[in-house]
Design a protein around this ligand. Structure first.
Ligand code: NAG
Ligand code: NAG
Ligand code: NAG
Ligand code: NAG
Ligand code: NAG
Ligand code: NAG
Length: 423
């Protein structure tokens, strides 16, 4: 038994041509170019119209809520809100006002020999009289997410109020196909090729050496970057997956695993048995899923919300947060983002080599979420992580869930500062 087989247009004012991205994006930016997010008003309107035409699902009268997906009544309410009240323009204005956005293009590599256009937030640390230098920090999100997963921590990282805290030059790209980084036009832009593109981005910005903070699919990208370049000085992550080896499985069968190992293995088994639909579909038939999802913003929101609800340790998302998250992954159509699982989980994704890069692992349990049996599914035993990397920092929290930069930003910041201060 393998427990873990883990496993706008702005229609450019000069041109009236239909922009398939549905947002303004400069043609072939060759270096970092200031950017304003500006989604095509016609597309915003037609999306709201689709939400208005949302066709509710039937429901079973005796079914426990959330057993098989979000409650149809809650989806009806989200659809109505999206159609009548949701204000993308207000959100867009905030996102533009809060962060310094840029676009650029980097060259492809052997695995993906095409240009890779990118959108990223770049927040440079404030000047300080302190002689210590700010640390360039590349931040890597996963699915369902964009660089706005870091919205609450970007400014505190760059401009800490505590003068002795480390300061960071934050670079937070959207993965290709997520948010406003255009999706790949060909196959091959998988976790490793994306890592090469992000490395090229850091070089373009003049950061010859840098740290990484990663989560979710971004963690796999970060693991490859640590192996493929000599520029990664330290890697912190709030995510880890490790498959048991044959000895672990044998010990488990003989009731010889530690309580911690047992809890993790049972948590992952629960996850893979009852909560892994998204991963199975994304990694095997992403297009067949995307055909429906790209045509139904509300349906796609339900698909995403299933994961967010399951793994956020009880954090309650506002309607605006949920719809914004869905819209950001919907603007380009959903194929370009769900497809990354295929490469990440089915290809060479998880076979990254062992590295000596100092690595900080911060684990967050989910006791307050709706599924108590998933509580420990994210608490990989430290000794298992040490099989792959040089673990120089390890911290576990008995709460927090899968999106701690959103649900627990203050504690998240303490951990990240502690790791980089020590490293
Ligand atoms: C923008 O910043 C304001 C003030 O810090 C904050 O309340 C708001 O949530 C931020 N919006 C986004 C989209 O990050
Ligand atoms: C640096 O020190 C000078 C002189 O003490 C002071 O005026 C300035 O505000 C300080 N700058 C920062 C960023 O702390
Ligand atoms: C400021 O940061 C330093 C170094 O990280 C830490 O030791 C100290 O406790 C912090 N002070 C406060 C008030 O948070
Ligand atoms: C599993 O990993 C442990 C180290 O944590 C090692 O002692 C053991 O030999 C490994 N088993 C196999 C089959 O690789
Ligand atoms: C497994 O071991 C634990 C203690 O380590 C014990 O409480 C439990 O009864 C054992 N279960 C079986 C099936 O042997
Ligand atoms: C792990 O990283 C630390 C800090 O850089 C370093 O001192 C140590 O030699 C590394 N360990 C290994 C096994 O590479």
């Amino acid at each position: 038994m393998s427990l873990l087989c883990f496993t706008i247009a702005v229609l450019a004012s000069t041109s009236t041509a239909l922009n398939p991205l549905h947002f303004a994006f400069p043609e072939n930016p060759t270096g970092p170019t200031p950017f304003q997010i500006s989604v095509d008003p016609d597309f915003i309107q037609s999306t709201a119209e689709k939400a208005r035409l949302y066709r509710p699902s039937i429901a079973l009268q005796d079914q426990p809520e959330w057993e098989e997906g979000p409650p149809p009544s809650a989806m009806n309410e989200l659809a109505r809100y999206w159609a009548d009240e949701y204000d993308w323009y207000g959100v867009q204005e905030e996102i533009n006002a809060n962060f310094s956005h840029f676009t650029t293009t980097v060259s492809g590599t052997e695995k993906y020999p095409y240009p890779v256009p990118l959108h990223f937030i770049h927040e440079r640390a404030s000047d300080s009289n302190d002689t210590s230098e700010a640390i360039p920090l590349l931040m890597l999100h996963g699915w369902p997410s964009t660089n706005l997963e870091w919205a609450k921590v970007i400014h505190p990282l760059a401009h800490p109020s505590n003068a002795s805290a480390p300061r960071f030059h934050v670079v937070a790209p959207d993965l290709p196909g997520y948010g406003f980084s255009p999706a790949a036009t060909h196959s091959g832009l998988g976790v490793r090729a994306i890592g090469q593109a992000f490395h090229a981005l850091m070089q373009q910005l003049g950061y010859t050496e840098y740290g990484i903070f990663s989560t979710d699919l971004g963690w796999i990208i970060g693991m490859w970057m640590a192996a493929d370049t000599t520029s990664v000085t330290a890697h912190a992550t709030d995510f880890w997956m490790a498959a048991p080896n044959a000895t672990d499985i044998e010990r488990f069968a003989q009731n010889q695993t530690t309580p911690e190992e047992t809890a993790y293995m049972l948590g992952v088994q629960e996850l893979q048995t009852h909560h892994f639909a998204y991963s199975a579909v994304h990694s095997t038939k992403p297009l067949s899923l995307a055909l429906a999802m790209t045509d139904s913003p509300v349906g796609f929101l339900g698909w995403m919300w299933t994961l967010m609800y399951s793994f956020s340790d009880g954090y309650v998302y506002s309607k605006t947060e949920l719809i914004t998250e869905a819209f950001l992954l919907y603007v380009q159509g959903t194929y370009g983002n769900v497809r990354l699982y295929m490469d990440a989980l089915m290809g060479e994704g998880l076979s990254f080599p062992k590295t000596t890069v100092p690595t900080g692992i911060i684990e967050w349990a989910s006791p307050n979420g709706p599924y108590p049996k998933l509580k420990d599914a994210s608490l990989v035993p430290r000794s298992w992580t040490e099989r792959n990397v040089n673990v120089t920092f390890f911290r576990q929290h008995d709460f927090g869930g899968h999106f701690p930069a959103i649900s627990q930003p203050e504690i998240w910041l303490v951990d990240v500062r502690d790791f980089f201060a020590e490293t």
